[in-house]
Design a protein around this ligand. Structure first.
Ligand SMILES: C[S@@+](CC[C@H](N)C(=O)[O-])C[C@H]1O[C@@H](n2cnc3c(N)ncnc32)[C@H](O)[C@@H]1O
Length: 214
């Protein structure tokens, strides 16, 4: 299926959202392990993960999927919030191992499943249906993000919701950059067929924009 997402729009999201940590796209090896540690301990990353999870109004029976979970901060917050089962996909083996360590107890308890997989090749175990799907500072790295979002929409249960959040990490990013990123995320979600979009902002420096849709 074709999606008429302007190439300039996709390029702008990628440019705006790219993390200062050079390895953010696909952490590998020793440098990747340092990146994982930095991502896990950066206060703004921790705050934004908890905040995005709080926007999802997690219910005890919810099956929730995160794409690009990195060190697993939001996965842990979702499990703490009482989600029925939390699934995650990340294409980096370094990140899968870091997130698995962080969420070891919940994995042992059968409440969290983390898989090494790319957003464009999700395994059958992640067919869904899911009550919520989220991605935080991750979508900018996906090939053909509108197609990926449309694919995720098909994995939602009736009434399911999506949350796509971004805190621009490009040098010099400001509140204007975050607003522009939020608008671009909204355009991509609309192109992918999501409706009832709403944008929330967490006032960090720079702010985090999160667009919710169903
Ligand atoms: C900047 S990190 C954000 C991690 C986490 N969401 C957070 O906010 O702390 C981006 C993550 O997305 C993952 N990623 C990038 N492209 C991906 C893709 N195509 N499929 C799956 N994961 C991807 C990377 O491996 C990395 O863990």
């Amino acid at each position: 299926m074709e999606y008429a997402v302007p190439r300039a729009g996709i390029a702008a999201v990628r440019a705006l959202d790219r993390d200062v940590v050079g390895q953010a796209h696909h952490p590998r090896g020793a440098a990747g392990r340092v990146t994982a540690w930095e991502m896990a301990h950066r206060p703004s990353n921790r705050q934004r993960s908890r905040w995005v999870v709080s926007l999802l109004d997690v219910q005890p029976a919810d099956r929730i999927l995160e794409i690009g979970f990195g060190p697993g901060l939001a996965i842990a917050a979702l499990a703490r919030a009482g989600a029925g089962h939390v699934y995650g996909a990340d294409h980096s083996g370094v990140m899968v191992r870091a997130a698995a360590r962080r969420n070891a107890a919940a994995i042992r308890a059968g409440r969290v499943t983390l898989l090494r997989a790319s957003a464009d090749q999700l395994p059958p175990a992640l067919d869904g249906p899911f009550d919520a799907i989220l991605a935080i500072n991750a979508l900018a790295f996906w090939p053909e993000p509108a197609e990926r979002l449309a694919d995720l929409r098909r994995r939602l249960a009736p009434g399911g919701r999506v949350a796509v959040a971004s805190q621009p990490r490009c040098p010099g990013a400001t509140a204007d950059t975050s607003r522009a990123t939020g608008r671009q995320l909204g355009q991509l979600l609309t192109q992918a067929g999501f409706t009832q979009l709403s944008t929330s902002t967490l006032p960090l420096s720079p702010p985090v924009a999160c667009v919710l849709g169903g």
